[in-house]
Design a protein around this ligand. Structure first.
Ligand SMILES: *[C@@H]1O[C@H](CO)[C@@H](O)[C@H](O)[C@H]1NC(C)=O
Ligand SMILES: *[C@@H]1O[C@H](CO)[C@@H](O)[C@H](O)[C@H]1NC(C)=O
Ligand SMILES: *[C@@H]1O[C@H](CO)[C@@H](O)[C@H](O)[C@H]1NC(C)=O
Ligand SMILES: *[C@@H]1O[C@H](CO)[C@@H](O)[C@H](O)[C@H]1NC(C)=O
Ligand SMILES: *[C@@H]1O[C@H](CO)[C@@H](O)[C@H](O)[C@H]1NC(C)=O
Length: 401
């Protein structure tokens, strides 16, 4: 036995030396983009280096593969971090990743720049950033017009965490969460100018068990938007503004849109936004259910519509009075919401005539009109008598339903 050990050691040593020559000095299981010829000058195209490092990482057969983007600026086109991979993936991203001015998207893929897909138990950490260089395309990004890539998409990612990274100046959405389960995002920073079109911060669709915490979002559209077919979404410690607020919707437009239930939005600060917390459904809509929502401990500052349910969404303006939303909203609690409204109407409840909102509850609401602290007021249509607990200002007048 004893005589074999040194032999094995020297054989192993030999292989380490050989692999060192071939692939530079990273420890086994670590895949550093520098080892694949990435150039950190912010202008040399490093797309191939990122892709090659990914191929190697995803083919790694140890328990963990660590994908490393060190400090420095890297210009990369679309990258697809697609699994499945045998190892658990750890992404250590400290570098500034920058999109090229002309950004082609991946062939036969959704419109994304950076994509993570089909991974389980992965983590993304680091102080790195993803800059979509959106300023160059925003002028041609008209509403319902041309579609530009999402900065970062997580698609079919389970039991995973994303921490610390930033998304800057996306061309369209910053972060899209699609068909994910048990995904936690924390301590992210998301920034784009207030005037940038369709730059939603985090959009969630077809997912369950998503948590967003301790995250700063200032952008040109919704800070967080929760689309159709979602269960169990928690948003806490989010600072939102500028932007359009934290929104569920728009819901009910497509036949396949399924229920959105079990939503918790807690301890958030929303300032200088179009909306605070919002639920929005199309006036003409397919049937579905919104149930069990809590909006708790939220500070509004200079928000145009601090609390808004709008089931009469009809942007083309072609909805006859006889049409009313088939989305059924129930069990929605608003509590400890305070601060200032930028308009006289601080609470807007426009529910569906055919499916009035039921089980709404309001507890400790104090929303002042920011103009000289004047009293704000409310609008209420098609709401079955809401529960009022403690002081609720502005008062609600829902005598119509
Ligand atoms: C793994 O390696 C094979 C052979 O080199 C390659 O074809 C494949 O694309 C690699 N896997 C990934 C995920 O890139
Ligand atoms: C993630 O979980 C869902 C079920 O919630 C499953 O359908 C999907 O295949 C899983 N994805 C991966 C990559 O394992
Ligand atoms: C309501 O949603 C919360 C998450 O926001 C969840 O913890 C709770 O179990 C749900 N309640 C019911 C009755 O489903
Ligand atoms: C709310 O206040 C505005 C401005 O004072 C006023 O125009 C509007 O009619 C009021 N709405 C209700 C429902 O009282
Ligand atoms: C409540 O609404 C009803 C019907 O719109 C209206 O007649 C009544 O004056 C309102 N009450 C208050 C206190 O605003």
């Amino acid at each position: 036995m004893n005589s074999i050990v040194p032999k094995i050691t020297s054989i192993l040593l030999f292989f380490f030396i050989i692999s060192d020559v071939v692939r530079a000095a990273s420890p086994p299981g670590t895949f550093n983009v520098f080892d694949f010829k990435a150039v950190a000058d912010g202008k040399t195209d490093s797309t191939a280096a990122f892709a090659d490092a990914w191929s190697a990482a995803c083919n790694h057969t140890g328990p963990t593969a660590t994908y490393v983007v060190p400090s420095g600026s890297f210009m990369v086109g679309p990258v697809d971090f697609a699994g499945p991979c045998p190892a658990k993936l750890v992404f250590n991203i400290d570098g500034k990743i920058i999109a090229p001015a002309v950004l082609k998207t991946l062939p036969k893929k959704p419109n994304n720049w950076i994509m993570f897909e089909r991974l389980v138990g992965m983590s993304v950490t680091g102080k790195g950033s993803f800059n979509g260089m959106g300023a160059g395309t925003w002028p041609s990004n008209k509403r319902n017009g041309k579609v530009f890539p999402t900065n970062i998409q997580f698609s079919n990612i389970n039991d995973s965490t994303v921490e610390g990274i930033s998304s800057i100046d996306s061309r369209m959405f910053h972060i899209m969460i699609y068909k994910c389960s048990n995904l936690k995002l924390t301590k992210l920073t998301i920034t784009a100018p207030e005037t940038s079109p369709n730059t939603d911060g985090i959009h969630i669709g077809l997912s369950n068990g998503i948590t967003i915490s301790d995250t700063d979002i200032g952008t040109g559209d919704d800070c967080v938007s929760i689309g159709p077919t979602n269960v169990g979404i928690t948003v806490t410690g989010v600072k939102c503004g500028p932007g359009h607020g934290i929104s569920v919707g728009s819901l009910g437009k497509f036949k396949d849109d399924k229920d959105v239930t079990d939503i918790l939005v807690k301890t958030c600060k929303i300032s200088k936004t179009m909306n605070g917390v919002r639920i929005k459904t199309w006036s003409k809509s397919f049937p579905m259910i919104c149930k069990n929502y809590t909006f708790d401990d939220i500070i509004m500052s200079d928000v145009e519509n601090p609390i808004i349910i709008n089931q009469q969404y009809c942007p083309a303006g072609n909805c006859p009075k006889s049409v009313s939303s088939n989305v059924k909203i129930s069990d929605v609690k608003f509590s400890n919401i305070r601060g200032t409204s930028a308009t006289p109407v601080a609470i807007t409840l426009l529910c569906s005539k055919s499916n009035p909102c039921t089980g709404l509850s309001f507890e400790k609401i104090q929303l002042k009109n920011k103009v000289g602290g004047a009293v704000s007021n409310s609008t209420c249509e098609n709401v079955v008598k809401p529960t009022i607990i403690g002081v609720v200002k502005p008062a609600l007048n829902c005598s119509t339903a």
